[in-house]
Design a protein around this ligand. Structure first.
Ligand SMILES: [Zn+2]
Length: 268
């Protein structure tokens, strides 16, 4: 996961959250649009129009960004025990994003997806989408054949105070503390999911920190959620990542975690 992201990363560090990545600096019209958007963010008066349009109640709205990793020519990992019947990771992450979006919108969240189809979206564009809407949580979705259960990752950047101009490639540093809090909320929700007297339904969950170039440019509490097969203690796969019931359990736990995250934000 991380290696692929590192390969694709091509920013040079000159840009900041309040500017735009170099790839856009070479495109005149997009430069103007991007700068205007970022100036609005920096001035603190950017409002998510989608959130406002969808708000059906007086409940405080919370915007969640769902980032389905890979897409287009970037297939991601080949998932499944048999190569001949493998499923590209990009298909699984998009399905997870779409299913989670349905769960979250039903619970009153505003949801922004970085991609809604089989299209390539570079890391800069993903981070730009997240930063533009000032999301309260960003969930980056991956899947893998390795390990068991769910692997959660938070950026390994050293936390630093929020500044008016955050360097683009390390914007996440201002959010790392919040990202760790979000990661712990998700970890608790996943670890306790299905523990209604049936340990066989427990989802093994780990929480680690690593270099995450895509997330490192996001100025929001952000966690990478990597879905692995569910394995028995002998390593035999009990549920593949494509298993709909398994996905449902994980996604329900993620939705519960974000409800808890919203509750904690409201109580703060
Ligand atoms: Zn991946």
């Amino acid at each position: 996961m991380a290696a692929k992201k590192r390969e694709r990363w091509r920013g040079d560090g000159r840009s900041g959250v309040c500017s735009v990545p170099d790839v856009r600096l070479r495109q005149g019209v997009w430069r103007c649009v991007g700068l205007a958007a970022c100036l609005a963010v920096c001035a603190g008066f950017w409002t998510c129009s989608e959130a406002a349009a969808q708000s059906p109640t007086a409940l405080p709205r919370m915007t969640i960004v769902l980032d389905a990793a890979h897409g287009g020519e970037d297939l991601g990992a080949a998932l499944g025990a048999e190569a001949a019947a493998s499923v590209p990771e990009k298909v699984v992450t998009l399905a997870l994003s779409q299913r989670l979006r349905a769960l979250l919108t039903a619970r009153g969240f505003a949801v922004v997806e970085t991609r809604q189809g089989d299209v390539a979206v570079d890391e800069d564009a993903r981070a730009t989408a997240a930063n533009r809407v000032r999301a309260e949580a960003c969930i980056v979705l991956h899947a893998t054949n390795a390990g068991s259960g769910v692997h959660l990752f938070v950026s390994s950047l050293v936390p630093m105070p929020t500044q008016l101009l955050m360097p683009w490639k390390t914007a996440q540093a201002a959010q790392v503390t919040n990202s760790l809090k979000l990661g712990n909320v998700i970890h608790t929700a996943l670890s306790t999911a299905g523990r209604d007297g049936d340990l066989a339904l427990t989802i093994p969950t780990t929480l680690g920190r690593t270099t995450l170039p895509g997330i490192d440019s996001m100025n929001c509490p952000a966690v990478a959620v990597e879905l692995a097969p569910l394995r028995d203690t002998d390593g035999k796969v009990r549920s593949e990542v494509t298993d709909a019931d398994y996905q449902t359990r994980v996604l329900n736990a993620l939705a519960a975690a974000l409800l808890e995250w919203r509750s904690e934000a409201g109580a703060a």
